[in-house]
Design a binder for this molecule. Sequence first.
Ligand code: SAM
Length: 332
Amino acid sequence: MKLVDSHNRRIDYLRISITDHCNLNCLYCAPLRGRTRLAHEDILTYEEIQKVVEAAVSSGISKIRITGGEPLVRKDMVDLCRELSRVRGLQDISVTTNGVMLSELAGPLFEAGVKRVNVSLDTFQPERFKKIAGHDLLPRVLAGIKKAEEVGMHPIKINTVVMRGVNEDEVRDLARLTLRKPYHVRFIEVMPTKGCALGVPASLFVAVDEIIKMVKRVGLLSIEKVAHSFGPARLCSLPGALGIVGFIAPLSWHFCDSCNRLRLTADGQLRTCLFSEQEIDIRGPLREGASREELGDIFKMAVNLKPAGHQLKKSDVRIPKNLGRTMQAIGG
Ligand code: SAM
């Protein structure tokens, strides 16, 4: 079965946030201090997530990503991944993490069927990491990435949010990582969003064209080939590199035409677009005993409601966008 939306896009990818809690407080992502977290009873249980995934897969979803908050902080998340990886018809399960707990969990996750992982890493400098993420945990993140590689996860994708005056001077060092490691290092334009610790001011924004220029200055190297691109990232490789450099530019380049995804929040709401506040409740019907077919119908409805695209332009960077929730609560 295929899920095709009213703009003729095939929707086969579901990002699932399993918690809105995080062990870091990244300035572009975390809620303002004092914000309450979702109530325990509002969060989908693992059995409920399993039912949603079974319905999603029987409706046409073939890839899922577990995200958060920080997904690795939720108790027994490895067991959830093991169960989900056994869902018939599911072709791919991956996890997005800040890496803090990855050195302990990479092995068990790999055994449970998670063969690849995305790790957020904005800096190689411990002091800077503490400023961005609110905790002095860079060594643990680096150890987590190393462990993921050792247990055989591939590809390891490093997500770097580039911010003016914060870490823009490290773009080249991060790109250079691909010369010695088979990682995908993906530079992301910061999305000016409301409700986060800093309110993500426009002054942090660095447009992708400028990021590309920084990467091109890696020594005398230049970007030489654009690899097969999939998902929102445009991919390039530096000459002789083992890995790949990617650029994700939600404001400068819209990738809405190829959008293939839905998002499920930890409290069971389906979001049709990261930048739209529209949410479709699946938790209510689930708790009222909806059948797999009925849950599948909710997926079809959400897919039909997907907007053609978000209307944000680079010039809108001055108007921080209200997503209805913080990024931490949506899952990126
Ligand atoms: N805790 C996990 C992590 O750190 O990767 C998963 C959740 S996090 C919300 C997912 C992704 O969203 C991260 O790669 C993060 O860098 C990105 N993100 C969060 N807020 C952002 C923003 N304002 N602009 C761009 N990317 C953002």
